[in-house]
Design a protein around this ligand. Structure first.
Ligand code: NI
Length: 170
């Protein structure tokens, strides 16, 4: 297994749309294992392949308290979502140190392939619902801060550019 470098917003590669996985092969299983290791090391509750500059539709999630309930979602899709919306404070390994509230459907029904290439469907609520939607956004080239107001995004980009310049000078 290997730890993989995570892209940081506003890296343009975070906005590429990931391609569906054609077949769940050993290469995909190795990718998922490396992504899980990277997510646990960070630590985070979810990671999309896009964040490690692999533009294929693979997501790993573990929202359990003891970090012992890894979910690997291949070609995940939302098949239905609730009218009810919920606001949750989100963060992202690609936007370190930034947390803000995002409103999303409270519950979603998800369909994905597992590591054996079998289709499975499940209902997600609470943190898992947030996480699944956040990670599928990544596969579609969208980072959670793009749900924030234009003003917040402008301020955030200015701050990140300033931090980048300071890093370069240091
Ligand atoms: Ni994220």
């Amino acid at each position: 297994m290997a730890l993989l470098p995570i892209l940081h917003f506003p890296d343009k590669r975070l906005h590429k749309v990931a391609k569906p996985v054609a077949a769940v092969t050993d290469r995909i299983r190795k990718l998922a294992a490396d992504m899980a290791e990277t997510m646990y090391d960070a630590p985070g509750v979810g990671l999309a392949a896009t964040q490690i500059d692999v533009h294929e539709r693979v997501v790993v999630i573990d929202v359990s308290e003891n970090k012992d309930d890894l979910m690997v979602l291949i070609n995940p899709e939302i098949v239905s979502l609730s009218d009810e919306q919920k606001t949750h404070e989100e963060g992202c390994l690609s936007v370190p140190g930034v947390y803000d509230e995002v409103e999303r459907p409270a519950t979603v029904r998800v369909r994905a392939l597992n590591l054996e290439g079998e289709v499975h469907e499940f209902d997600a609520e609470g943190l898992l619902a947030v996480c699944v939607q956040h990670e599928i956004d990544h596969l579609n080239g969208k980072v959670f801060v793009q749900h924030l107001s234009y003003l917040k995004q402008t301020r955030l980009k200015a701050r990140l550019r300033k931090e980048q310049r300071e890093l370069e000078r240091a």
